[in-house]
Design a protein around this ligand. Structure first.
Ligand code: NAP
Length: 297
């Protein structure tokens, strides 16, 4: 899209909009006139982003929703609070994510990377899908990663109880994002809601590694200073995300994996339809909803 394409009247919800790629995406959408709901855990970071967004989107509004997406109750409350205030949603950006070297469990007793990176987008989309359908044409963008290509899901140990590595848990959660997107796109076929997964590329300037070990943070810091043959600044990283969210040429694109601003190939494992349906059903169980939720609503 060009900077002159107006998003006046568009309502977007960006999880993880308080930092890194999410904040950059929020800025870009606000600059084109979109109204924005930004989600994060930290009030101060939320207020800082709101101050930055202030005045960018003319008659549009910007709101911060404090929610901890590791908690299913908090995800449900977030959706309820949004629905109390708004009767439309044009763009849902499932962007919030973490990577953790140490295994942690959420208040729901679920390994936290899987819970925040995969189950939260699954549940939040479930809670808002009727609003998206009513607002159609609408889009769901879920931020995956090129690291999804390095892994396969292990359904016998989805929560890493027997064998946990931070990198593997992260990669698997990002593969889950691709499975989720492909299955969602199929299930929403004909509804006017499109769903795509995005790889923003390697963007070392975000805070993603803040919960990694000191050793890994130092390694990442050193690596990020090396001259690389590709651009990896925040703006470049957010570009594909922004295009998936609002660019006219992606209005009818659905069930795709995007990188470098274009439709691209995801891993061979991600094309396993049986695995993606299985993950969908298992995820429904984890968050306590019917796996037929697209049909119910
Ligand atoms: N940076 C990269 O190289 C890269 C590469 C591929 C994919 N990605 C993906 O891009 C997305 C954005 O990451 P980023 O690099 O921009 O990292 P970031 O700067 O750390 O941003 C992550 C965002 O997620 C939010 N978040 C984390 N845990 C949360 C929770 N429990 N509840 C609510 N919000 C939570 C954070 O908000 P608060 O801390 O304020 O709550 C923050 O706004 C992630 O999905 C990541 O996996 C990044």
């Amino acid at each position: 899209m060009t900077s002159s394409d107006s998003l006046d009247g568009t309502v977007a919800l960006v999880t993880g909009g308080t930092s890194g790629l999410g904040a950059e995406t929020a800025r870009a959408l606000a600059d084109r006139g979109a109204s924005l709901a930004i989600v994060g855990r930290d009030r101060k970071r939320g207020d800082d982003v709101l101050a930055d967004l202030d005045g960018r989107n003319g008659d549009g509004w910007c709101e911060f929703y404090r929610a901890d997406l590791s908690s299913q109750e908090s995800v449900r409350r977030l959706a309820d609070r949004f629905r109390e205030r708004h009767d439309r949603l044009d763009v849902l950006v499932n962007n919030a994510g973490v990577t953790r070297d140490e295994r942690r469990e959420t208040v729901d007793g679920i390994e936290s990377t899987f819970a925040i990176n995969h189950l939260a987008p699954y549940l939040l989309t479930h809670e808002l899908v009727d609003l998206l359908v009513e607002s159609a044409p609408a889009r769901v963008v879920t931020v995956s990663s090129g690291l999804h290509t390095r892994v396969e899901l292990d359904f016998s140990d989805l929560l890493g109880e027997h064998d946990y590595s931070g990198l593997q848990a992260y990669g698997r959660s990002k593969l889950a994002n691709v499975y989720f997107t492909y299955e969602l796109a199929d299930r929403l076929h004909g509804s006017g809601v499109v769903a795509n997964a995005v790889d923003p590329g390697f963007v070392p300037s975000t805070s993603l590694a803040r919960e990694a070990s000191l050793r890994n943070r130092l390694l990442l810091g050193a690596f990020s200073k090396l001259p690389l043959p590709f651009k990896n600044d925040l703006q470049t990283g957010a570009e594909t995300l922004i295009r998936a969210a609002v660019a006219p040429e992606f209005a009818d694109v659905t069930g795709q994996y995007l990188e470098d601003g274009e439709v691209s190939a995801s891993s061979e494992a991600s094309l396993d339809e049986e695995a993606r349906r299985r993950l969908w059903d298992v995820s429904a169980g984890f968050v306590g909803v019917s796996p037929d939720w697209d049909i119910e609503r």
